[in-house]
Design a protein around this ligand. Structure first.
Ligand SMILES: Cc1cc2nc3c(=O)[nH]c(=O)nc-3n(C[C@H](O)[C@H](O)[C@H](O)COP(=O)(O)OP(=O)(O)OC[C@H]3O[C@@H](n4cnc5c(N)ncnc54)[C@H](O)[C@@H]3O)c2cc1C
Length: 397
């Protein structure tokens, strides 16, 4: 089975592990430890263990990290392996907790690029302050702001990319909200609103970003790489959260461009599947490249250990281009008004009785879709009073 270390992919070492419960504790051995074994039950035995394998039944179960840290803190210096359901985003955390290697099965490995199993050093606050100094000048991190480390960057096209940063301890948000992002490159850094594309439970924060030529923030942001620092203000807010809508059976998430970001968060939140029977994620962009982030995230969500089963049954992704020729073409407003989207999907048209709508995109798209909603008897929801549709701008200007 594939094995990953700090130095990359390596061959299986074929270590013969004995199950913890079957181990004669007087004999030195390589031991397979279930995730629910308490540190106090294993720490007294570490002198007799040559290699430890901790089994992760799901990637959302963090007990293995605590167990590993505790074993290392108590002086274990042998080989420590994490095995089972782990994802690339957890690799750095696993290494920091003391694991030497991660083993996953062939099926899971096939879904995650080998290069993504890469270690990104997490630094102390003091280190972060020192490194937030690309130009050689020292710019202190402003009050009320965290400085976080970039852990991954993926470019989809000349004007769209995705990045992930470490999540500050104590940063709380609801799936669908946005936060203010900046770079430590000036005394008074430029901050811009960014929808958080990761769900509220994720250990890191993910964003999709436009690249505006000469844009005060994105002309620099588009050059970030793993290990760099990004600033994030401490408060998240926003309208595209589940509570702003009344219960309904179908949720339509209508987006253009980076407006897909809050929905990338909501489709990975189990609460969305509890509240709505069917989710329709509609994404329109000018070119096929700009739709790739939507294809990637829906594919990832369908195999996600937490919500994958629900997503596979309840979520439909519908993408269209407006400029480049593709299988599905047209603006969302046109596709709704001429009924094509409903006939393509084989479902009935919009009704305030059953449907709830969230909209995120350009100002014109929002205006046109709002008109359609109101014309069809939908009412706009807010934090004060839930309604049947909700709106957020994907950008200002
Ligand atoms: C609530 C909210 C959430 C947002 N979420 C995101 C997000 O998740 N990802 C993201 O990239 N941007 C998002 N934005 C826009 C973001 O705040 C910045 O405008 C963007 O990062 C560009 O910053 P800039 O300083 O380089 O250029 P700016 O001076 O901010 O923008 C210059 C011009 O570029 C255009 N523009 C800006 N952002 C976009 C965009 N996303 N799509 C198409 N055209 C754009 C506009 O015409 C704007 O006037 C959001 C804005 C709001 C209000």
């Amino acid at each position: 089975m594939p094995l990953f270390t700090k130095n990359g992919k390596t061959d299986d070492k074929d270590i013969d592990y004995v199950a913890f419960d079957n181990w004669d504790q007087t004999e030195p051995a390589a031991v397979d430890v279930p995730i629910d074994v308490l540190p106090e039950n294993i720490v007294p035995l570490i002198a007799n263990i040559q290699s430890i394998k901790i089994e992760f039944p799901t990637f959302s179960d963090g007990r293995g990290f605590t167990l590993a840290r505790s074993i290392r803190d108590n002086g274990y210096t042998g080989n420590l392996r994490a095995s089972g359901h782990l994802i690339t985003e957890q690799f750095s955390q696993a290494i920091d907790c003391g694991f030497d290697e991660i083993q996953i099965d062939e099926q899971l490995a096939a879904r995650q690029a080998a290069n993504d199993w890469s270690y990104v050093e997490r630094r102390t606050y003091r280190d972060k302050l020192r490194s937030s100094n690309p130009s050689g000048k020292f710019f202190p991190v402003p009050d009320g702001v965290w400085s976080e480390t970039v852990t991954a960057v993926q470019h989809f096209s000349d004007n769209l990319f995705r990045f992930r940063i470490t999540r500050p301890d104590g940063f709380r948000f609801r799936s669908g909200e946005f936060a203010m992002i900046g770079l430590p490159n000036a005394e008074n850094p430029v901050f811009r609103a960014y929808s958080i594309a990761s769900p509220a439970w994720d250990e890191e924060l993910e964003f999709y970003s436009i690249k505006v030529p000469n844009g005060p923030l994105t002309q620099f942001l588009q050059r970030i790489k793993p290990g760099d620092q990004v600033l994030i203000k401490r408060k998240a807010t926003g309208t595209l959260v589940n509570d702003v809508l009344l219960p309904g059976s179908r949720l339509w998430m209508l987006s253009t461009g980076t407006g897909i970001a809050p929905f990338a968060s909501l489709i990975r939140d189990p609460e969305t599947y509890e509240k709505f029977e069917n989710l329709y994620l509609v994404h329109t962009a000018r070119t096929h490249d700009e739709l790739q982030c939507g294809y990637d995230i829906t594919e990832k969500t369908r195999i996600d250990p937490l919500v994958g089963e629900h997503a596979a049954k309840q979520m439909i992704h519908y993408a269209s281009t407006t400029r480049e020729t593709s299988k599905q073409m047209g603006r969302i407003t046109t596709l709704i008004e001429n009924g094509k989207i409903f006939s393509d999907l084989g479902v009935s048209g919009l009704s305030p009785e059953t449907d709830r709508i969230m909209i995120c995109g350009s100002i014109q798209m929002i205006k046109d879709l709002k008109d359609i909603c109101i014309k069809n008897g939908f009412t706009e929801g807010s934090h004060r009073e839930a309604g049947t549709f909700a709106v957020e701008r994907a950008f200002a200007g």
